[in-house]
Design a binder for this molecule. Structure first.
Ligand SMILES: [Zn+2]
Length: 69
């Protein structure tokens, strides 16, 4: 299963808020400095959101923009 793309909502330093393709919520991930780069993260949905463990582990990808802090 290929990970879907998550839309970036906002970037604050090393923390990126993305719109989750699974639950339509916003999840924040810490990313490595020195973008832009594409990162893959496990879905950070609420434990109460119904989804399979496979989908949670598949997660999503997003591409950061260059940031300098
Ligand atoms: Zn989610």
């Amino acid at each position: 299963m290929n990970a879907p793309d998550a839309e970036i909502v906002s970037i604050r330093g090393r923390f990126v808020s993305v719109l989750c393709p699974y639950c339509a919520g916003v999840h924040v991930h810490g990313v490595a400095p020195g973008g832009p780069r594409t990162e893959h993260h496990a879905a950070a949905c609420s434990p109460y959101h119904p989804m399979t463990p496979e989908a949670r582990a598949t997660g999503y990808t997003f591409t950061t923009t260059t940031h300098d802090n």
